[in-house]
Design a protein. Structure first.
Length: 527
């Protein structure tokens, strides 16, 4: 039992358990296997890259970094577009003769519903035709949707625009993490996953600042035309620099067997794989069918994945912590937009800026700590990496967020200063990236065959959590009061975070049991 994780005697190396340390430290793996594993320094590369120059794992760090940076900026912009009306909700409520809670219910749920549908379509399309085609088409749809939004003059018009942008935003928001997984090794993903997990917070906060000033000076509809102009260069960058990252790697053992049996056909195959794609081939929007999977089966595959304990755990944790941040932002806007604070849109815009900054710093710390932690623990575990190592990040997550909730209730009830309210909110903002980093890495490490579909499942329930949060929390906050609301959130946060303990201790045995279940392996895309 290494680091408190119970061993599974029947399946010593279930999915996710891989050698990561040096040859000398890796005692549980046969030496013959170790000799053929590729390394970077003393670290064994997981997953193992192929010999093809077209394998995203073999791309230069410059290309990988460029793709990630463009996708990160695009995802932040997408979130900002979907959230840019938030600072103008009070204005829209007055314009259409309703209240704040009602305008939130009228505009947010349709967007979330469109995103949910888009998640399934994006996942299935990625499984069959890849990711690039979706990025390019989605960017074009968003481009013209922003132009149409400038002419919105009724509540139904706003709803239609938000539905289109919500649906088109799904591929960019969903697939940034799978793209990272396609291009990077296990020991490199922590920081990138942490930054990807902060897309929602950074995008929302940046949107509040920018749109708040636009709305205050020009009006609500100008947010669309300015977004139209900002999105244009992003759309161009996506087309020219975000290449297809979906790649099917042959098993090394299979290659060796084929080489010994049929050198001629293998030589042709290796020649094709080793040939670098031309610029035109890389820039093609449609790359053709990349797998033989059924689109319909891929469309529904996220549903049976709720039977996997690791997916259920990550769904609950990731969904809850992302919802806490959303709820806190909505409640803060609801309180500070009305007396006794009565902050105008341009001032409301800056309320979330400190949280965004703290969240960004926290995500970098969480990512760096995550990558260092797994290498440190693997070295002292016979060179073997266990996905459960990542779950230790839940310790700072639960401490920071729970303390924040306990203190925020009385602070809101007492009508504390804006500075104090914002300062206490930073605790929740600092804790969330640790939980998100733990969840992202755990689900991609334990669901290697169906990581994108599993991430759809978590994103679906995150959207459901956010949906109910947007629907009911503003009204509940008014009726029950801040103390009861935040006390309830603190208790829920503790209860949800407590699930980490059994998952950490029994996680490997659970993964072993899953790997021995032929039916579960079949629905997850296994052999």
């Amino acid at each position: 039992m290494g680091w408190g994780i119970l061993e599974d005697r029947r399946t010593p190396r279930p999915s996710g358990t891989v050698p990561l340390g040096s040859k000398e430290s890796t005692q549980d793996v046969e030496s013959a296997e170790l000799q053929h594993l590729k390394r970077k320094g003393q670290t064994i590369l997981q997953p193992q890259p192929s010999d093809s120059i077209n394998d995203p794992l073999n791309w230069s760090y410059t290309r990988k970094g460029t793709i990630f940076l463009i996708m990160l900026v695009a995802a932040i912009a997408i979130v900002g577009i979907n959230q840019m009306l938030n600072t103008g909700l009070q204005i829209l409520a007055v314009q259409f003769g309703t209240d704040f809670a009602t305008i939130v219910r009228d505009l947010s749920p349709p967007t979330i519903a469109a995103q949910v549908i888009g998640l399934f379509v994006a996942s299935a399309t990625a499984a069959v035709w890849g990711k690039r085609v979706q990025f390019v088409i989605a960017s074009i749809v968003i481009f013209f949707t922003m132009l149409a939004g400038y002419f919105a003059n009724s509540l139904p018009y706003y709803q239609v625009v938000l539905i289109f942008s919500g649906f088109a935003s799904a591929p960019v928001e969903l697939l940034i993490a799978p793209v990272v997984s396609d291009m990077t090794f296990v020991h490199e993903r922590g920081t990138l996953f942490a930054l990807a997990s902060m897309v929602g917070v950074i995008g929302t906060d940046a949107s509040h600042i920018i749109s708040g000033n636009i709305i205050s000076r020009l009006g609500v509809n100008y947010t669309f035309i300015i977004s139209f102009a900002v999105w244009a260069p992003i759309m161009v960058l996506i087309y020219f620099f975000v290449f297809e990252t979906t790649y099917t790697r042959p098993a090394s053992k299979a290659i060796k067997d084929n080489q010994s049996q049929s050198s001629g056909s293998t030589s042709d195959l290796e020649k094709e794989r080793s040939r670098s794609k031309t610029t035109w081939e890389q820039l093609r929007i449609f790359q053709g069918r990349l797998t033989d999977r059924s689109f319909f089966l891929a469309l529904v595959q996220p549903f049976p994945l709720v039977l996997f304990p690791s997916v259920v755990f990550c769904t609950i944790v990731y969904g809850a912590f992302s919802t806490w941040v959303t709820i806190l932002g909505t409640v803060s806007l609801e309180v500070l937009a009305y007396p006794p604070y009565s902050l105008p849109p341009d001032q409301l815009a800056y309320i979330t800026l400190p949280g965004s900054g703290v969240g960004f710093i926290s995500s970098v710390v969480a990512g760096l700590l995550s990558d260092w932690l797994i290498k440190f623990m693997a070295r002292r575990n016979g060179g073997i990496y266990e996905p459960e190592f990542r779950l230790l990040l839940m310790i700072p997550a639960v401490i920071l967020s729970t303390v924040g909730f306990w203190l925020l209730g009385p602070a809101f009830a007492a009508g504390s200063s804006v500075v104090k309210l914002v300062g206490l909110s930073l605790l929740v903002s600092a804790g969330s990236p640790f939980a998100a980093t733990a969840s992202y890495n755990y689900i991609f490490d334990t669901q290697q065959r169906s990581s994108t579909e599993a991430f759809v499942t978590t994103s679906l329930f995150r959207a459901v959590f956010n949906f109910f949060g947007q629907m009911f929390v503003p009204t509940w906050f008014v009726r029950a009061g801040p103390v009861k609301v935040f006390t309830t959130l603190a208790i829920l946060n503790l209860a949800i975070s407590a699930l980490t303990i059994p998952m950490y201790v029994f996680g490997k045995r659970i993964r072993g049991a899953v790997s021995r279940n032929a039916w579960l392996m079949k629905i997850s895309g296994g052999d």
